[in-house]
Design a protein around this ligand. Structure first.
Ligand SMILES: [Fe+2]
Length: 352
């Protein structure tokens, strides 16, 4: 796709600390990119002495794999994210303030820098981030080798939809583009409601070819093989740490009314993993200039390993069961993750 297919519209903002929001579109996707000003930013530094008690490497595969290198066999070892406590009522009141600026994978820490820089428009997240940073600098003695990328997403979640539609997947998957392998991604997340679902079961993936097969669709299939029986969810407002082998998926709002949700992720990626995807936010509190590029999994033209399986398990959410794009505004296609019983989480897959 050529550069000419990219649409951009810059809308000035009167929000404190925010100069404008750029609305960017390409290949049918839309992004809101905030343009922050540079005054009054928050600088956060780790206080490891404030970190909560944490599991040892023997007790948690996630802790064991911090600063390990990508290894597909790790998917065969089930793992639950590490629980890091919940935001208290006062913290939650600040965290959930409405009109939060949406941000996608913006670096708030660069390698060889031990401070985290947060534009002041994101001040409501400083408390949750401080708790995360305290843990990171306790668990990962190699934190200097990493970027920390921040994603904030706050919005109304309509009934029978997900906040962030996706198949079962992991964050920080290393496909054919990443040889030699990088250190493992590990990510901290918290949401006030609709906590993410994790699948604490072994996944057999070594027979797939990373140049041909979509691993996330195979994760869908293996979760469906167990009818989601290994599903685990943290509590609302619970901070957790997952790694790039924790298979997960957002959960649907099954209530009849919209739910307002605030979700935060801080992802740690080694220095080679520059998140230069067009649509990611820029942090003006750091001096860096990455050429941003279009990057989508669709461009890889991967296919399902199980070609004759339920088609809902191997199409993108914005496609119908034949792989054709859904009309704008249509409910997204959801994977049927329970083969033997009608799935309470997939009532619309047939209609998609
Ligand atoms: Fe994810």
């Amino acid at each position: 796709m050529s550069e000419a297919a990219i649409t951009r519209e810059r809308v000035p903002s009167d929000r404190d600390g925010l100069i404008a929001v750029e609305h960017l579109g390409y290949r049918g996707k839309r992004y809101e990119i905030p343009c922050f000003d540079t005054t009054g930013g928050h600088v956060l530094k780790a206080r490891p002495e404030d970190a909560p008690p944490l599991p040892s490497a023997d007790e948690s595969p996630v802790v064991r794999c911090i600063h390990g290198r990508w290894d597909l066999s790790e998917f065969e070892r089930p793992r639950r994210p590490v629980s890091l406590g919940t935001l208290n009522a006062k913290e939650l009141e600040v965290f959930t303030r409405p009109d939060a600026v949406r941000v996608l994978d913006m670096p708030i820490k660069l390698p060889d820098c031990d401070e985290y820089r947060l534009p002041r428009a994101l001040a409501q997240f400083a408390g949750a981030l401080q708790r995360i940073i305290d843990v990171e600098h306790t668990l990962n003695p190699h934190h200097a080798d990493y970027h920390a990328y921040l994603t904030i997403d706050q919005r109304w979640v309509a009934p029978h939809t997900l906040h962030r539609e996706a198949p079962c997947h992991v964050d920080g998957f290393q496909g054919a583009r990443w040889h030699p392998r990088c250190y493992n991604n590990h990510s901290y997340t918290v949401s006030d409601v609709l906590p993410t679902a994790y699948y604490v079961q072994p996944f057999q993936l070594r027979h797939l070819d990373e140049r041909l097969h979509d691993f996330f669709w195979e994760m869908n299939a293996q979760v469906a093989d167990t009818d989601e029986s290994f599903r685990w969810q943290p509590a609302e407002a619970e901070l957790t740490l997952m790694d790039c082998y924790c298979v997960h998926r957002g959960v649907e709002n099954t209530s009849p009314t919209p739910v307002f949700r605030t979700w935060l992720r801080l992802s740690f990626e080694e220095r080679r993993r520059v998140f230069d995807r067009l649509g990611n936010a820029h942090n003006p509190l750091f001096d860096y200039d990455w050429p941003m590029v279009e990057r989508d999994i669709e461009q890889l033209h991967l296919r399902a390993y199980r070609e004759d399986d339920d088609p809902s398990l191997s199409v993108f959410p914005w496609q119908d069961l034949s792989g054709n794009p859904l009309p704008r505004g249509a409910l997204k296609t959801k994977p049927r993750l329970r083969r033997r019983a009608p799935s309470a989480t997939t009532p619309h897959a047939d209609k998609a």
